[in-house]
Design a protein around this ligand. Sequence first.
Ligand code: ZN
Length: 278
Amino acid sequence: MINIFTVDLEDWRHIHYLNSEDEVPERLEENTGLILDVLQDYDVKATFFIVGELAENYPSLIRKILKHGHEIGFHTYHHTPLWDHSRERLEEEIRRFRKLMKENFNVGIYGFRAPLFSLNRKTSWAIEVLERENFLYDSSIFPIWNPVYGEPKAPRTPYFIKSTDITRKSDSGIIEFPLLTYRFLTFNIPAAGGIYLRFLPERIIFKAIEKFNASNNPTVIYIHPREVDPSPPKLKLSMFKEKLFTYKTKETLKKVENLLKRFQFTSAINYIRGWNIE
Ligand SMILES: [Zn+2]
């Protein structure tokens, strides 16, 4: 069973609650390089959901990602959550990003991930926009409860999604790849990546993937380049947030490596191409 590996390509400054006076270093190329190396070591292709402005600022990095055979998806132009977007703005950003990617890198865009997993009932209009813009899939649903994001009633395995009810499996529409969760009693525990990947014991994540794969379903894992930063910047965050964002970066890469060693992964578009959709 093959799973989906994704990278949300953004830098330290895209953390949504940074203090505006914080001096944030640019570490995108170095940190992404570490992820590209480990993916290459295990011969894994991934999907990189890119913040549009970064494709303008780091063309050589984009070229490198493409040269490694990875897929590029869209993560909005400036990392704006959907609750701060409008239909018109999202449409305009999609067209701008696609034009940039086609003209500069000759590559098509098929997938979307909302910043902060901000796809919920209130922002479900985004699915309609993606469908109209001929996207093949979305990967923004996190079927968990969280104070900021999440849609706990949504399916945990891939399904056809419609904006009329994003929590129901539809017969048609674009494909939704929800982020990995682990079912515990009546709760869905997030296990897909980011801080969860860093703090959850490896055996829980392994077990979650094994369970999904045993029922013939792929899991979706995500990581940010800053999470593997060997020397994270000192940010003026509260102790709690500082711990979340600056600790354990070294172990993250090791954890990713262990995942790649144990399970099979590919990009979302490769998965779709090999998937017989009933
Ligand atoms: Zn993001």
